[in-house]
Design a protein around this ligand. Structure first.
Ligand code: ADQ
Length: 460
């Protein structure tokens, strides 16, 4: 490809920002990251390198919303081992405090190396000589070093969407040095929280030749900047849905249907063992059993979208959640008064916002989470500053939203007490807390996140 047609900014991510719908056409995938990054890429003649979602019938290269898409063909077996194995059964659990035991399988590591090389080989074809690279997430942690080796003067940024574990846990990884070395190929390594950035710098100083501070490392005569860039959401999009008369009408209908005088406690998650869905249900059950709350006075609506169902732990989590919902309803529901409404499906954006508007209390209680966008979406929708957010101390979002009711999801007594407090929080206090959180969120939306990261990369 001639140099003038090559891109100046290249994103590398496991997935392309599009999916093929039932009509056979490629559509922009939902989600804040895609919405935030696509316009930037368009303005900068950008390219996006990623897996298209299936191994068959994929064009070699095409342009979508002004952005060049470079699909990476990964053989099925390698995909299973690199994505299903190393990414989701080794790195995901290890980086989430080993909530489930990570598995260390040498052949998955080999596939991970090979897949990272594939993505980088494709990315090198997409990029102009002076291109900047922005690599995303735990699937591609070797890519920065591979890019650096191919183009020593390139500018490379890396952003990790999930937590980075404390040094003692990271040390379990048989390939810890290679992974750190991979990341240290970047000029800027970004994390969701200061805690994650600090964990990374400490591990790098301990297991590699890197020296320096928590924010600036030096290795082989190069500087690597390390910082927190908390990701956010497209606030305008959520606010405009929250103002939409049909969305408001739907939220009022939801309230009427569950019983106008009942308080609505809402939870929205991907079904994943990190999200703490089971402990949350058990805490709700215990509060009902103690009589602190009754199904006459309140209802829990749990909206849960299945994910990664090829991995056994995810099916087990789903089964356990569904058994718990059955157990609670079996004991506490009466006709017209269901204690837990459970929806196992993906809701459309406007429907999701109707639930955010209908809720009195939002429970976001992951055991560990990089950031958690659900908390931010709920805050964005509460235009009148009403509503109470109960937020796990172990979500990255807790570093920003100290005015939420913070809770340790493993502390059963605290979960019950916080739920009670949320239900009886004086209105003035609730409004004061939400107003402060909304102000903070308004200042830091996803566009600001992307701009800040790319400015740091330009300065590097
Ligand atoms: P996730 O683990 O996927 O992301 P999260 O940040 O909560 O977690 O985002 C989930 C998204 O899916 C939200 O936008 C939410 O609205 C949507 N969603 C969930 N259930 C849904 C349902 N039933 N119907 C419709 N939509 C639903 C990873 C990290 C996070 C980090 C993000 C972004 O694990 O910690 O915040 O990346 O960096």
């Amino acid at each position: 490809m001639p140099e003038r047609r090559r891109s100046k900014l290249v994103v590398l991510a496991n997935r392309l920002p599009v999916h093929r719908a039932g009509d056979g056409e490629w559509h922009t995938s939902p989600g804040g990251l895609v919405r935030a990054v696509l316009p930037i890429m368009k303005a900068r003649t950008g390219a996006w390198v990623g897996w298209p979602g299936s191994s068959s019938r994929t064009p070699r290269l095409w342009t979508h919303e002004g952005v060049r898409l470079w699909p990476v063909a990964v053989p099925e077996r390698e995909m299973d081992e690199y994505y299903g194995g190393m990414s989701n059964r080794t790195l995901w659990p290890l980086f989430h405090d080993a909530i489930r035991a990570p598995e260390f399988e040498p052949k998955w590591w080999e596939a991970y190396e090979s897949a990272n090389q594939r993505f980088v080989a494709r990315a090198l074809r997409a990029a102009g000589r002076r291109a900047q690279w922005w690599v995303h997430d735990y699937h591609l942690m070797l890519a920065p070093r591979l890019l650096r080796s191919a183009r020593p003067a390139a500018r490379v940024g890396f952003f990790l969407h999930i937590p980075f574990p404390p040094e003692e846990l990271f040390a379990w990884l048989p390939w810890r040095r290679q992974l750190l070395d991979g990341l240290l190929g970047a000029d800027v390594v970004g994390f969701q929280t200061h805690a994650a950035a600090r964990n990374f710098s400490r591990a790098a100083r301990r297991w590699t030749r890197a020296e320096g501070t928590d924010h600036e490392l030096h290795i082989d005569g190069r500087k690597v900047s390390v910082d927190a860039f908390p990701i956010s959401i497209d606030i305008d999009e959520f606010e405009s849905l929250a103002r939409d008369p049909s969305v408001i009408a739907r939220s009022q209908q939801i309230r009427r249907r569950v019983g106008a005088r009942r308080r609505i406690i809402l939870a929205v998650d991907r079904i994943d063992y990190t999200k703490g869905i089971e402990l949350r249900l058990e805490a709700f059950e215990a509060a009902l059993t103690r009589g602190d709350i009754t199904a006459d006075r309140c209802v829990l609506i749990q909206i849960a979208v299945p994910s990664r169902e090829a991995t056994p732990e995810y099916m087990e989590t789903r089964d356990r959640v569904e058994r718990l919902v059955g157990r609670i309803n079996g004991q506490f529901s009466t006709p017209g008064r269901v204690a837990v409404h459970y929806f196992r499906r993906q809701l459309a954006g406007d429907e999701l916002v109707s639930y955010y508007l209908a809720a009195d209390v939002m429970l976001v209680t992951p055991l560990r989470d990089g950031m958690n966008l659900v908390a931010k979406e709920f805050i964005a929708c509460r235009l009148d500053n009403s509503g109470v957010l109960v937020l796990s101390e172990f979500a990255g979002a807790a570093e920003q939203f100290r005015r939420a009711l913070l809770v340790n999801p493993r502390d059963f007594a605290a979960m019950g007490a916080t739920l009670n407090r949320a239900m009886s929080l004086p209105r003035r206090e609730a409004i004061m807390r939400m107003a402060i959180m909304r102000m903070l969120l308004r200042r830091h939306d996803v566009h600001e996140w992307a701009d800040t990261f790319l400015r740091a990369l330009e300065r590097a």
